[in-house]
Design a protein around this ligand. Structure first.
Ligand code: PEP
Ligand code: MG
Length: 599
């Protein structure tokens, strides 16, 4: 990022001066913000403890009963939605949850605990459910052991209802805050009121976790991988996060704020410069154009991509709609959303990707079982092919939207030819169903697939015979190729998009695409990182798709080097054996081209 050239404070790994505490994590979304902290309650709810006067115990019990009813209603609603969308068998997992809520022994124990200890209901519920949990969890019988996790889920939900915390509770905030959490899931991020979030700081997560991708797309600064952050924070603390350098500073002192203030002025200068030039075409110094598309997951993001002067939407992630609604939306709801997306793109092409649930994008209402290895599991196209009703509904919705603009359809996480053939059969069925109803759609809608598994790279020549275009998802490709979980911050140092294995894989895909005449775009996060731009162009890609806030800088940097410069850079990269050397070379190239401009 251009901002890397700002004076960066020289801190050690954790420093403290006059009370400020500096923590180092992973720079996840660029930008600096400072503000009061809001602790985001995810799974674990902080359990309040206080004494309740004897004459108030009955109203405490009434609170408990209200929470039981509220929780019962919520679960019944989720159960109905799953039954509607997936069938009764899948919905039946929620019956176990409802049974826990109706369990008179548990209710009596909580009430008894309130009378006995005089503590508040949250504390009593927590203690009783912990006792039950410990008991079930040590049983040999696997079925009964599983009841322990049902119980845990339910008591968390009950606690949340009791303390009035919603899992995604930012809407009630009066002032924008820095959101702090141990972990943030995509469904949390999808349901945040983004106008209330100044920045995000989490203990876990990697640069390409979906929660972070969403933060980056909405321009919210984020730092992740900040170990022990939550334990170091106290009520009323403020936090400064530097999403360029991956730094978080608890209670920054005046001099630190002053320094960041200076940085802010410089950043503003750069931002103005980029904005001034945003309307210029995406091309290199020698005038060779490249295509720049936007990644988006909402109508608003499509609109801001178009405003940034992109040539269309290269990746529309549909799962966000599902996560925001926390249910499987009907065909009509999906159609309405996709139509708005297409209209917001004002006649430019939009690539809509079919549902990529799974991995870190979990939807309660999808009725899925917990997986040991979710990123290698029941994800994306695998889930869709096994849930025909959901898949067909989505395909019909996308097809109907294609009557309102230029739509392409793309299938995620393909690892074999069979999957793409079956996906196309579903598309054929969806077309037939619409034709029977006399609905309009683009008969020749282009079909593409993501190249994001090592298998897809190896057989991309075979896949090319089945599709009109490829889109390389480097976020997943890097994790699968290098066997490094993209959201595990303990091994984040091994998540290296500049690894020679990744570069060779890209080269293979680009070459095959040329030979086979299949268009290729890169839509993983490296497409939005200007350091990679000369490398990707010299490797032969001509289209990139990145979050809207990153497009102006990509264009700006593109104008600073020629294709010859980029080819010379590629020669140097080819001599490298280690990712760190490649990283250095890309950074040096960037520095050299940009330093004169910044003065
Ligand atoms: C990718 O894997 O690079 C990609 C664009 O898809 P997602 O990040 O949604 O998995
Ligand atoms: Mg992916």
């Amino acid at each position: 990022m251009i901002d890397r050239f700002w004076d960066v404070m020289s801190h050690q790994s954790e420093s403290s001066k006059s009370g400020e505490v500096v923590l180092y994590g992973i720079a996840a979304s660029p930008g600096v913000s400072h503000g009061q902290v809001f602790r985001f309650l995810h799974d674990e709810v902080e359990v309040p403890r206080y004494e309740v006067a004897k004459d108030e115990q009955e109203s405490e019990i009434a609170r408990f009963k209200d929470a039981l009813k509220q929780t019962h209603d919520q679960i019944t609603e989720v159960r109905e939605s799953v039954a509607r969308n997936l069938g009764d068998k899948e919905a039946s997992i929620f019956d176990a949850h409802l049974l826990v809520l109706e369990d008179q022994a548990l209710i009596d124990d909580v009430v008894g605990e309130i009378h006995k200890t005089g503590d508040n209901v949250e504390q009593c519920l927590h203690r009783v459910s912990q006792r039950y949990y410990d008991y079930f969890n040590q049983l040999k019988d696997e079925y009964l052991r599983e009841r322990a996790s049902d119980l845990q889920d339910i008591s968390r939900r009950l606690l949340r209802n009791l303390v009035g915390a919603t899992a995604a509770g930012t809407a009630f905030l009066a002032e924008p805050r820095i959101l702090v959490s141990e972990d943030l899931t995509p469904s949390d991020t999808a349901s945040l009121d983004r106008s209330k979030v100044l920045g995000i700081a989490t203990e876990s997560g990697g640069k390409t976790s979906h929660a972070v991708i969403m933060a980056r797309a909405s321009g919210v600064p984020a730092v992740v991988g900040l170990r022990e952050l939550t334990s170091k924070l106290s009520d009323g603390d403020t936090l400064l996060i530097d999403g360029f350098e991956g730094i978080a500073i608890i209670n920054p002192v005046e001099t630190t704020l002053f320094r960041y203030g200076k940085v802010g002025l410089r950043r503003k200068k750069i931002k103005d410069l980029l904005e001034e030039q945003a309307h210029l075409p995406a091309e290199t110094k020698d005038g060779q154009g490249f295509n720049l598309f936007a990644n988006a997951d909402s109508v608003e993001e499509v609109a801001s991509g178009i405003e940034s002067g992109c040539q269309g939407v290269g990746l529309f992630r549909t799962e966000s709609l599902f996560l925001r609604k926390n249910e499987i939306p009907s065909e009509d709801i999906q159609f309405a959303e996709y139509k708005k997306v297409v209209q917001a793109a004002s006649s430019l092409p939009v690539t809509i990707r079919t549902l990529d649930l799974g991995g870190d994008k979990i939807l309660d209402a999808s009725g899925r079982e917990k997986e040991e290895n979710p990123f290698m599991g029941f994800r994306a196209i695998r889930y869709c092919l096994r849930n025909p009703a959901i898949f067909l509904e989505q395909l019909r919705a996308i097809l109907r939207a294609s009557a309102h603009g230029q739509v392409k359809i793309m299938f995620p996480m393909i690892s074999g030819v069979g999957e793409i053939i079956r996906a196309k059969e579903f598309l054929f069925t969806a077309k037939r169903q619409l034709s029977e109803k006399g609905e309009k759609f683009d008969e020749n809608i282009p079909v593409g697939c993501m190249i994001e598994t090592p298998a897809a790279v190896s057989i991309c020549d075979l896949l090319a015979d089945e599709v009109d275009f490829f889109s390389v998802g480097t976020n997943d490709l890097v994790q699968y190729l290098l066997a490094v979980d993209r959201i595990n911050n303990q091994i984040a140092y091994l998540y290296e998009p500049h690894h020679p294995a990744v570069i060779r894989a890209l080269e293979q895909v680009f070459e095959v695409s040329k030979t086979k005449g299949v268009e290729v775009t890169v839509c993983g996060e490296i497409a939005g990182d200007p350091h990679f731009l000369p490398l990707l162009l010299s490797l032969g890609v001509d289209s990139l798709s990145a979050a809207a806030p990153l497009l102006a800088e990509l264009k700006f940097f593109g104008r600073q080097f020629s294709y010859d410069d980029a080819f010379r850079l590629l020669e140097k990269v080819r001599t490298c054996r280690r990712p760190s050397e490649i990283n250095r070379i890309l950074k040096d190239f960037y520095d050299e081209k940009i330093s004169d401009l910044l003065g």
